[in-house]
Design a protein. Structure first.
Length: 413
């Protein structure tokens, strides 16, 4: 691949990670992901973020630098927006090639840089209000945006072009292969990148949603012509579109989210599974959108996206040795970690010989601000009564969600 021109003197250096890898060692990315570094050239040259030192990716990165007649030894400044290793792990080798490289980063990032790589020289601590004049009209302005999604994170804005280098904010899964900008997307590709932005958000950013809102507010006074994230598509036709999407994604934490339901179910010997069709029939008879996932077949990284955007969640699981079925316990613990809050919830499942799953569920979710409708639980196999009740309770959950979305208008005094 070659470097991609964004504006005069500004290029993107996208390198793709393949889909066989797990992002952060945990999240599936069936369509891969891009890691985007950027170059801004004035009289001086700044490199904004870097590349992961994995496989042949540094060689790809260097090829892109060379495609715009640059060499890693001629870079004057490295701007570190974020210290996570997918953006910085090649840094020690870059410094071997360019020992006089000047590094601009936040004070908190400097501490992380030292702990990761032992680097303490040629550092310039910057924060909100600071700027770097590269000459020829290219001026970089720095904005601290902590906890999007690490505490040392910042964003960099180039004023003459209106390009915001937003790091992990406004990013998405998905590789960049010949299509790099939102105005190059087909209708199908727009839907794809929107969905991959949601899944990326739910996996990586969700628990920091309140900080996302604060970060968007910090940026509100800027004339943003291009949003250039560290992962995924570059937004130049309508940068407000990805800001609006992230505003919605962040808002789902405190609710209400979309009037939809995510059903997540698991079954050991089929007794819980025998009720799933009744649940599905109950929801779909109302016309409400339903997303269905089974664990452990579906990875929690996939489930998180639909659960995050849904106002309602239905959990189907049996009791396992007096507690929750372990694959479901992992999903629910991830919901706790990612702050999947303010949901309307129904739970159903076989109690086995003893029960206990419901008690553990209540304990695990007590801080998630969930509102439950009465669960359906039975010993052994379900009968016609349990199936009928599952249908009616799923309909009751739909009504609860609709009441939340369309509250009664108060009478005028």
């Amino acid at each position: 691949m070659k470097a991609v021109k964004i504006a005069d003197g500004i290029h993107c250096l996208p390198v793709n990670l393949e889909n066989y890898q797990l992002f952060e060692g945990m999240w599936p990315m069936p369509h891969g992901i891009s890691i985007n570094a950027y170059v801004v050239e004035g009289d001086k040259t700044a490199l904004i973020d870097l590349i992961e030192d994995t496989d042949d990716k540094p060689a790809d990165f260097q090829d892109e630098l060379h495609s715009i007649s640059l060499d890693e030894r001629t870079i004057d400044y490295l701007i570190i927006n974020h210290m996570e290793p997918d953006h910085t792990s090649w840094l020690p080798k870059l410094i071997e090639k360019n020992p006089n490289l000047q590094i601009c980063l936040t004070k908190k990032a400097a501490g992380v840089l030292k702990s990761f790589f032992g680097i303490e020289s040629n550092l310039h601590l910057v924060g909100t209000g600071d700027s770097l004049d590269l000459g020829q009209g290219k001026v970089l302005h720095f904005y601290e945006t902590p906890n999007i999604h690490w505490p040392e994170t910042m964003m960099t804005y180039e004023e003459s072009s209106g390009v915001l280098f937003s790091c992990d904010a406004f990013g998405s899964y998905g590789t960049l292969d010949g299509v790099y900008f939102d105005d190059q997307l087909s209708a199908e590709q727009r839907v794809f990148f929107h969905n991959e932005a949601l899944r990326y958000y739910a996996n990586i950013v969700a628990s920091f949603s309140n900080f996302v809102i604060k970060g968007i507010d910090i940026l509100s006074g800027l004339d943003l012509k291009v949003i250039a994230p560290s992962h995924g598509i570059i937004w130049r036709e309508n940068p407000q579109a990805i800001i609006d999407s992230y505003t919605h994604f962040a808002g789902y934490m405190n609710g209400p989210a979309e009037p939809e339901i995510t059903l997540i179910w698991s079954s050991m010997y089929g007794n819980t599974g025998k009720v799933v069709d009744s649940i599905i029939e109950g929801v779909r008879s109302t016309g409400m959108t339903l997303h269905v996932h089974r664990v452990p077949e579906d990875h929690v990284g996939i489930i998180l996206a639909s659960a995050w955007r849904s106002s309602g969640i239905i959990i189907g699981m049996p009791t396992y040795e007096y507690e929750m079925f372990p694959p479901m316990a992992w999903v629910l613990d991830m919901f706790r970690r990612k702050k999947v809050w303010n949901k309307k919830v129904l739970r159903f499942g076989s109690a086995g010989w003893s029960g206990g799953a419901q008690r553990e569920l209540d304990r695990l979710t007590e801080k998630l601000k969930w509102e439950f409708v009465e669960p359906i639980e039975w010993f052994g196999a379900p009968g016609a009564e349990e199936k009928a009740r599952a249908k009616s309770q799923s309909q009751a959950l739909v009504q609860l969600i609709r009441d939340q979305s369309c509250p009664d208008t108060p009478e005028k005094p």
